[in-house]
Design a binder for this molecule. Structure first.
Ligand code: PEP
Length: 254
């Protein structure tokens, strides 16, 4: 039985004091419970402060992106080594907002995963289809393509350390959630694709989160699906009460 992994993607939200206040509330609310893995992903500029608040707790702190480069003349970029140096343990890679707004391709995403692994950061690789791709019956094809290039040349040992977040683009920030059956079906497909590319052990050890308008009302049913090992939460992670409720739901489905 894998531990569920609930991650909060704070995106480009909150003033510094609000971010610190949210982190302190989560730190208090989660103290002493480690039945579920929990991670928060604040903006780059708050990472050091938030890492300091969670130091000594079991909560992971990670970045929402990283550079695929090691160091050098890359104005505005942040390297894996820098993230590791301030205490980050995780990084979100290939979020649909990075893919669509900043034109990140699967091959850039593959390089970023390698940069993360080189620096001992655990990647959360996001995949998912657009509404028109789902309507055209192409969900599996799209997700398979993202996995195939995104994981190119990675070994099974490297892939075992990865989390995959299935985030249908049409469900992100829209209030529209995939039904538990729809999500479970794609998660099963992702696991099968990993099994085919690697082996059963790798497919079983990888955690697959669902993301897309997860909130305290729909989390329990989604998380109780066999193939769903956690959630990547955007909007609802900005409120301590809602996020803690989702974590409690994950504990309840154990
Ligand atoms: C996300 O951005 O990863 C996300 C799932 O957002 P929301 O929960 O707001 O849909």
């Amino acid at each position: 039985m894998k531990k569920q992994f609930i991650a909060g993607n704070w995106k480009m939200n909150l003033a510094l004091e609000e971010a610190k206040c949210l982190a302190r509330k989560l730190c208090d609310g989660l103290s002493g419970s480690d039945a579920v893995d929990v991670g928060v992903f604040p903006s780059f500029v708050y990472l050091k402060d938030i890492c300091d608040i969670f130091r000594g707790s079991s909560v992971f702190v990670g970045a929402q992106n990283l550079s695929m480069e090691k160091s050098g003349a890359f104005t505005g970029e942040v390297s894996g080594e820098m993230l590791r140096g301030i205490g980050c343990t995780h990084v979100i890679i290939g979020h649909s907002e990075r893919r669509t707004i900043y034109q990140e391709t699967d091959s850039i995403i593959n390089s970023k995963i390698k940069a993360a692994l080189l620096n001992d950061l655990s990647p959360i690789l996001c995949v998912g289809e657009r509404q028109e791709e789902r309507d055209a019956g192409k969900t599996c094809e799209v997700v398979e393509g993202q996995l195939s290039v995104g994981l190119e040349t990675l070994t099974s040992e490297q892939v075992k350390g990865l989390t995959i977040a299935y985030e249908p683009i049409w469900a992100i920030g829209t209030g529209k959630t995939a039904t538990p059956d729809q999500a479970n079906e794609v998660h099963a497909f992702i696991r099968k694709a990993i099994r085919n590319k690697y082996d059963n052990g790798t497919a079983q050890s990888i955690r697959i989160q669902y993301g897309g308008s997860v909130n305290s009302k729909n989390a329990k049913e989604l998380l109780s699906q066999l193939e769903i090992d956690g959630a990547l939460v955007g909007g609802a992670s900005l409120n301590a009460g809602s996020f803690l409720d989702i974590v409690s739901d994950a504990v309840r489905v154990l």
